[in-house]
Design a protein around this ligand. Structure first.
Ligand code: ADP
Ligand code: DAR
Length: 377
């Protein structure tokens, strides 16, 4: 694994703020039946509660995938966090098949009509030249980002990964990325040994992922932290890769301003380069497989950091418009955060059942409408 020289002088082994999570096996000490009863009698609005009926529970509770993943491995986060929106993650690629009786209705519900007989379309990045700059005058959009997730074929997902799995994936990913050329040329920075102030600055600048939130911690997605976790980025920090955060890889293109066409061009080119060297986990029906079912299919989230003060003067008005255009509104520092200084993270909500280009185009059209509404208010 190649550690970038310029960080060597910053290296300090500060592991005080490690992501705390029970060692593997603690959650399996959770009594599955008891936790299921508690969820059933709670006022949770999660999709897990909605679709894990007693019949489905008793049918699946003793099932295991070929890699040994259990129902508990998949639902432990939703059992602990009753305020989950979804409440389930796949412990490995097979979990989507072994526990299909539970995953299928949740996937259908979240992705607004992806029934178990529906098939995700073949990968199609389309023509980036059909997208342009959403805000050429620079009045509303601070920055634009497009990301996708990828799992490496043959490896389990977080709850079933060993520390060796994390290290092997980090080695394969860092070796592959340090062979990139041109605008993608850059360095891999492991979280292990990264100085806290460097890590915090990268997080504050929206480049690096935060340490696992309670949903990921309860999903056993933070074990052995920070081992095997890290970030790659090019010299301009416009092409970045997260290693072993929520997914094995998150591939990200981002830049200041609203030129979605250029951001998308860079992402597509970068993903195609990486896919020449690493085999990704892909399913004929569900598309690219990810840890969380909300990211299946294209796994694409195209977002802008945008200020629309008139529309956002009544937050519900902004949310209503976003719903109309299948957009999701997040806070300034990402999921489960609030807007700071009126800057919202608005992105496409749909990732499954449409092509990569259609997902990004849906965001393009929605943001175009939002800016038009803001101008007319
Ligand atoms: P993801 O689903 O990609 O993991 P998160 O909501 O976890 O997204 O956000 C990850 C990081 O990316 C956060 O720091 C967030 O502020 C940042 N981010 C998301 N969209 C943009 C954007 N358009 N411009 C700048 N940073 C962004
Ligand atoms: N908070 C969890 C996950 C929702 C989707 N976000 C991801 N995958 N980062 C929930 O069930 O609400």
């Amino acid at each position: 694994m190649i550690i970038c020289k310029r960080l060597l002088y910053l290296i300090q082994s500060d592991t005080s703020k490690m992501c705390t999570i029970a060692p593997r096996g603690k959650s399996s000490k959770m009594n599955l039946e008891m936790e299921f009863e508690k969820l059933q009698t709670s006022n949770s609005k999660s999709l897990l509660k909605k679709y894990l009926t007693p019949e489905i529970f008793h049918k699946l509770k003793d099932q295991k995938t070929q890699m040994g993943s259990t129902l508990m491995d998949c639902i432990q986060s939703g059992l602990v966090n009753h305020d989950s929106g979804v409440g389930i993650y796949a412990a490995d690629a097979d979990a989507y098949t072994t526990f299909a009786d539970l995953f299928d209705p949740i996937i259908d519900d979240y992705h607004k009509g992806f029934s178990k007989n529906k098939v995700h379309p073949a990968k199609d990045f389309g023509d980036y030249k059909k997208l342009g700059n959403l805000d050429p005058e620079g009045k509303y959009i601070k920055s634009t980002r497009v990301r996708c997730g990828r799992s490496i074929q043959g490896y389990p997902f977080n709850p079933r990964m060993t520390v060796e799995h994390y290290k092997e994936i980090e080695d394969e990913v860092s070796k592959t990325l340090t062979s990139l050329e041109g605008e993608f040329k850059g360095c891999y920075y492991p979280l292990t040994g990264m100085a806290k102030q460097v890590q915090e600055q990268l997080i504050n600048d929206h480049f690096l992922f935060k340490e696992g939130d309670r949903f990921l911690q309860a999903a056993n997605a933070c074990r052995f932290w920070p081992t095997g976790r890290g970030i790659y980025f090019n010299n301009d920090k416009t092409f970045l890769i997260w290693c072993n955060e929520e997914d094995h890889l998150r591939i990200i293109s981002m830049q200041q301003g609203g030129d979605l066409g250029d951001v998308y061009r860079r992402l597509v080119t970068g993903v195609n380069e990486i896919e020449k060297k690493i085999t990704f986990s892909h399913d004929n029906r569900l598309g690219f497989l990810t840890f969380c079912p909300t990211n299946l299919g294209t796994t694409i989230r195209a977002s802008v950091h945008i200020k629309v003060p008139k529309l956002a003067s009544e937050q519900q008005k902004l949310y209503n418009v976003a719903d109309k255009y299948n957009l999701q509104v997040r806070g300034t520092t990402g999921e489960h955060t609030d807007a700071v200084d009126g800057i919202y993270d608005i992105s496409n909500k749909r990732r499954l059942g449409l092509t990569e280009f259609q997902a990004v185009k849906e965001m393009y059209d929605g943001i175009t409408e939002i800016i038009k509404i803001e101008k007319d208010l």
